[in-house]
Write a protein that binds this ligand. Structure first.
Ligand code: ADP
Length: 265
């Protein structure tokens, strides 16, 4: 079974699309691997698998091995530099063309998620982050149930719930928190994304939208508030132009510098 060597499984959830769930998954994966953990990212956001674009590996082709589909390697581990490996599997790799929409009906989507959870060869992983489809529809619930059935209880660390500060988004994310309570998924905490804009000139943070909605919601539900991520125009540019994620200056894996060149920063 493909998940048997995974220590901790973390679901990344949001009540609606576009709040930055995939972005937070990407940043979390990079942070954990740069802190020395071996990390896998499984993108089951069938509504728009954006993870390959965020890691600039859209053109990668997955191959089959006797143990299952081999995830795409973003970077290898380098224990001497304190860096863990980072691998990605996404439905996006299996679509015939970039940007193709998945227009399957519910049962076919559920079958694909089952296959993703059983047939990807993850090897040893400290963390598997699962980028889930947004929402709390029947289909979403059946996907989450499938995830819960396939993993052992001791592997399921819980869910990171992503929201934006606006009231509309948090109303949807409240539904997501209720969903976690009903399905027994432990909530690790809430991240408030796009909470303000940091001026590149004076570094002052302006709250373009309302601020603090995520924190209030976390306290209402008795779950941890993990923090805020401001709007970062450079992050958007890197993703829109298909550049690789930004690695801190001097990051090297097995002697090769993988940090983002300064002109891309
Ligand atoms: P979701 O997975 O919730 O649908 P995404 O992570 O795909 O949302 O983000 C939607 C868009 O917003 C993407 O273009 C992404 O680059 C951008 N985005 C998300 N978070 C930030 C941020 N903190 N700063 C700048 N752009 C962001």
């Amino acid at each position: 079974m493909s998940l048997s060597k995974v220590k901790h499984i973390v679901l990344v959830l949001s009540g609606k699309g576009g709040v930055g769930k995939s972005s937070v998954t990407t940043q979390l994966a990079l942070s954990l691997s740069l802190a020395g953990h071996s990390v896998g990212v499984l993108d089951v956001d069938l509504t728009g698998p954006s993870i390959p674009r965020m890691f600039a590996i859209e053109d990668a082709k997955v191959t089959q091995a006797p143990g299952g589909w081999l995830p795409i390697i973003v970077h290898e581990a380098d224990p001497s530099a304190g860096i863990g490996s980072l691998r990605v599997m996404s439905l996006g790799f299996l679509l015939p063309r970039r940007g193709d929409a998945v227009v399957w009906r519910g049962p076919k989507k559920t079958a694909m998620v089952r296959q993703f959870l059983s047939d990807v060869f993850w090897d040893e992983l400290d963390y598997l982050l699962i980028d889930t489809p947004p929402g709390t529809s029947d289909e979403h619930i059946s996907l989450a149930e499938t995830l819960l059935q396939k993993a052992r209880l001791d592997q399921l660390a819980g869910a990171v719930v992503v929201t934006t500060p606006q009231a509309v988004a948090t109303a949807d994310v409240r539904k997501e928190l209720n969903f976690c309570a009903k399905t027994g998924i432990r909530v690790l905490g809430v991240v408030e994304n796009m909470c303000g804009f940091v001026c590149p000139n004076c570094s002052e943070c302006t709250n373009i939208f309302m601020s603090g909605g995520g924190e209030v919601m976390a306290s209402d539900f008795g779950v941890r508030f993990l923090g805020r991520v401001p709007i970062d125009p450079q992050f958007l540019v890197l993703i829109e132009t298909g550049k690789r994620p930004r690695y801190p200056k001097g990051t090297a894996v097995n002697g090769q510098d993988i940090s983002t060149p300064s002109q891309e920063q």
